[in-house]
Design a protein around this ligand. Structure first.
Ligand SMILES: Nc1ncnc2c1ncn2[C@@H]1O[C@H](COP(=O)(O)OP(=O)(O)OP(=O)(O)O)[C@@H](O)[C@H]1O
Ligand SMILES: [Mg+2]
Length: 277
């Protein structure tokens, strides 16, 4: 019967809509065929090619790859700081067309304002979102406490150690409570002890808040120690070469068999590529 067919059609549409909706509820980030080309010196530079990627809500994903493979470009597209040349990025089910409060990003070079104190650096994102100075400082103070920066709250960045600067950069990304944290090589400029301490703090923060975390690193060890899913980028084609899953719970033992085997596998994959840059 025609009516029956129509109803069946409606049911199918409803089911499709429902599953699209539930997908949007469980996925945090989705990239569909995302590519990015830059124009530099009169020629086109491939920064990212054909990225298809879904990151579930509340997961901890690490991205590892040689210099120039497109890792920072990927984070900036997710954060809405640059637009893809083709393809589409979605965050929390919304098409990314510019910066949003869904994502907090920590940049490779910290990018702190040298003339602002620790507290005022952390308060800044709330000030530009129109919060009163008082409300911004109160929220910043809570973050300062959470990150153990009380003694440094009134200092300028030039008077901070590398680890403290990194904490301030993290604080600035956390203060407006984004659902997603995008971290671009956050620990690469730190000494080994500070780096280990901050890695552990990040895992605690993740377990406490269940944010989605995407962390870019050059270190295969760090990618395996922190990531539930590890994405390996290739600098030969600026795209995803492979993805891996680590099952161990946090805190992880860096000497465990699972991590040792995973590190060897990924090092072998990257070792076959020449280092660039
Ligand atoms: N603004 C730009 N103009 C021109 N080319 C760029 C620009 N930004 C990045 N690129 C190029 O795009 C490619 C990818 O750069 P990207 O910074 O994403 O790499 P990366 O994996 O983050 O590298 P690294 O590990 O060194 O930080 C590189 O070849 C880089 O030179
Ligand atoms: Mg980079």
């Amino acid at each position: 019967m025609a009516g029956g067919h129509r109803n069946e059609g409606r049911t199918r549409v409803a089911v499709a809509l429902e599953s699209a909706e539930s997908q949007a509820q469980t996925e945090s980030i989705r990239l569909d065929r995302v590519s990015k080309f830059y124009r530099a010196g009169g020629r086109s530079v491939v920064a990212l090619q054909d990225i298809d990627l879904t990151i579930p809500r509340g997961s901890f994903v690490t991205i590892v790859g040689h210099s120039g493979s497109g890792k920072t470009t990927l984070l900036k597209i997710i954060a809405g700081l640059i637009a893809p040349s083709s393809g589409t990025a979605y965050v929390n089910g919304e098409h990314v067309t510019g910066p949003t409060s869904h994502c907090g990003m920590v940049f490779q070079d910290f990018s702190l304002f040298p003339w602002r104190t620790v507290l005022d650096n952390i308060a800044y994102p709330l000030e530009i979102r129109g919060h009163s100075r008082r409300a911004a400082r109160d929220a910043a103070l809570a973050v300062v406490r959470r990150l153990g920066l009380e003694d440094a709250a009134t200092r300028l960045p030039k008077a901070l150690s590398g680890g403290m600067k990194q904490r301030v950069a993290l604080g600035r990304a956390l203060v407006y409570e984004p659902a997603i944290l995008l971290l671009d090589e956050p620990f690469s400029a730190l000494d080994a002890d500070t780096r280990d301490a901050l890695r552990a703090e990040l895992v605690d923060l993740y377990l406490d808040t269940k944010k989605t975390v995407v962390l870019v690193t050059h270190s295969v060890e760090e990618a395996c120690l922190l990531g539930q899913q590890i994405i390996v980028f290739t600098a030969e084609r600026n795209t995803i070469k492979s993805t891996h899953r680590v099952q161990s719970d946090y805190p992880r033992d860096p000497r465990s068999e699972e991590l040792r085997v995973m590190q060897e596998l990924i090092r072998a994959e990257l070792g076959r590529e020449p280092e660039r840059g």
